[in-house]
Design a protein around this ligand. Structure first.
Ligand SMILES: C[S@@+](CC[C@H](N)C(=O)[O-])C[C@H]1O[C@@H](n2cnc3c(N)ncnc32)[C@H](O)[C@@H]1O
Length: 285
């Protein structure tokens, strides 16, 4: 599929599903469009969603004054949280206009516009000058990239020497049989992810692009409770979605999106893939 068409599909997907995320998943405070991580003492989904931010902040060792890029920022939840909690400066980018508008509106209402801004940009071709950022993170966004190598190359270019990258995302482990393939395909197709990288392949791409100090965390177990909640909610919603689809009030893509929100559970639970994070450093030379 050509790239422009592919990007347009992603934009449409998020335009169509933003309300679903708002009503069923995030809240006004976390504004999070990610799975979330459950620790032993995590009490609810809000805390789990914030925990994924905390994981990224810790792995990147973020410090007051850092210039940070949030690559694939959704409606700005993580960027705003980082500015509020660490006094860092965050630029969030997304290819979805509606998300830029909402994220800037939320930043204004939270009083952090002196630390946070959001722009309409593709993370494979940002146009930022070389060595613009101390830290870059991407939470559940690189899964959408047609060319993962292009994302890593661009991240390397715009990171300062000694800067760090954190990619918190879904990775393939092993597709052993038709059932695994079914879950993988349904997950990718419904959420407009062209493919998911194998962990080892992603690591090779990081090395090929000169990143060093590469580390991977398997966070699948921490994401499983959110995965289960999502599956249960989506299984109920699927009946509504199919009825709306029959009445021409929901599209085939809406139904596939809901089916993906069910398939993701077996993808993680059966070990077809990981929810994990790569951390890598641009060497000082
Ligand atoms: C599942 S959402 C995650 C949003 C956010 N990171 C969060 O955790 O709330 C994926 C995001 O990736 C963005 N995205 C997908 N492809 C992109 C690209 N090529 N360049 C920039 N953003 C992209 C989408 O627009 C969306 O904002």
């Amino acid at each position: 599929m050509n790239e422009t068409k592919y990007l347009n599909n992603i934009k449409k997907y998020y335009d169509d599903s933003q309300l679903i995320y708002r009503v069923f998943w995030m809240n006004k405070e976390n504004l999070a469009m990610h799975f979330g991580y459950w620790e032993d003492d995590t009490k609810n989904r809000h805390e789990a969603l914030i925990n994924e931010n905390k994981h990224v902040a810790k792995e990147l060792d973020i410090k007051k004054g850092d210039q940070i890029l949030d690559a694939g920022c959704g409606v700005g939840g993580t960027a705003i949280w980082m500015a509020e909690n660490f006094g860092v400066n965050v630029t969030g980018i997304t290819i979805v206009e509606k998300q830029v508008r909402l994220a800037n509106k939320y930043a204004k209402s939270r009083g952090v516009t002196n630390h946070v801004k959001f722009e309409l940009k593709d993370f494979t071709d940002t146009g930022y000058p070389d060595a613009s950022f101390d830290k870059i993170f991407a939470i559940e966004s690189v899964c959408h990239a047609l060319d993962k190598d292009a994302f890593i190359r661009e991240a390397y270019r715009i990171l300062k020497p000694g800067g760090k990258l954190c990619v918190c995302d879904y990775f393939v482990n092993e597709i052993r049989d038709d059932a695994d393939k079914h879950y993988y395909d349904a997950f990718c197709e419904g959420w407009f992810m062209p493919d998911l990288p194998e962990k080892n392949v992603f690591e090779k791409l990081l090395k090929k692009n000169n990143f060093g100090n590469i580390k991977f965390n398997d966070n699948t177990k921490k994401a499983l409770k959110s995965s289960t909640i999502m599956k249960k909610m989506s299984s109920k919603w699927l009946i509504v979605d199919k009825t709306l689809n029959f009445l021409h009030l929901a599209t085939d893509d809406n139904v596939k999106g809901t089916e993906a929100s069910i398939a993701q559970y077996n993808f993680f639970k059966n070990g077809v893939g990981y929810h994990g994070s790569f951390i890598a450093e641009k060497p000082i030379k």
